[in-house]
Write a protein that binds this ligand. Sequence first.
Ligand SMILES: [Zn+2]
Length: 77
Amino acid sequence: MFAPHCPRCCRRVLLGTRRIVHFSWSGEGERVVTLRCHCGELLDSGQGPPPAIDGHQPMEPGTPLNGPATQEVTQPP
Ligand SMILES: [Zn+2]
């Protein structure tokens, strides 16, 4: 299994061997595996997230920032 970071999905994706589209050895004997993400993006097996967003945790989609601001203030007479 591989877990490269997909820039289109904005997260790491788990890809099995059936997702391999290209496999070769570089000149220095390094393994070069190209995988296709579920979204169709081609990824290098060792691909990590871009350093710009390192340490930044993206929010889950659909997370509400605040609840509805409809608080009724009832004053005693
Ligand atoms: Zn993807």
